[in-house]
Design a protein around this ligand. Structure first.
Ligand SMILES: [Zn+2]
Length: 161
């Protein structure tokens, strides 16, 4: 079979004293909050990586970049994405498309969506048209609605010639 699909999910806590980096973009939260995590906590890139790995049943990012490993402290997740796409390519697969939805009440993500798509597409070596990023609020419901965190769902379709 020359098509594979994978899905990924991630969530990080919003905390004071951390940068807010999503899709490789540095954003400003109105309360000055950022995402907590061992790496740069880029929730979008993490969900995309898990979707890519999942499509090939390669496990999840915790397997490749374990949080207890000091190498990944504060890591730029876009560089981790480059490593993940390397695993995909070396197995003969290419990205058909990726689609992701971010769940956040604030800040407004829409102005940054194009930059996020371009950054991810560049690392994946595909056209930005092949990378969908959407943003929604959680209508103030649940942990994302209470702004305790920001979550992301992603799917990836891989093709093999
Ligand atoms: Zn994560």
């Amino acid at each position: 079979m020359n098509l594979r699909i994978g899905n990924g999910y991630d969530i990080h806590r919003l905390v004071p004293g951390r940068p807010l980096i999503i899709g490789g973009q540095r954003l400003e939260h109105p309360e000055g909050l950022g995402l907590d995590g061992h790496s740069d906590a880029d929730v979008l890139v993490h969900a995309v990586m898990d979707a890519l790995l999942g499509a090939l049943s390669l496990g999840d990012i915790g397997k490749y970049f374990p949080p207890e490993d000091p190498r990944w402290r504060g890591a730029n997740s876009l560089l981790l994405l480059e490593q993940v796409i390397g695993l995909v390519r070396e197995r003969g697969w290419r990205v058909g498309n990726v689609d992701a939805v971010l769940i956040a009440e604030r800040p407004k993500l829409k102005p940054h969506i194009e930059a996020m798509r371009s950054a991810i597409a560049a690392r994946l070596g595909v056209d930005p048209d092949q990378v969908g990023v959407k943003a929604t609020t959680n209508e103030k419901l649940g942990p994302c609605g209470r702004e305790e965190g920001i979550a992301c769902h992603a799917v990836a379709l891989l093709t093999r010639p």
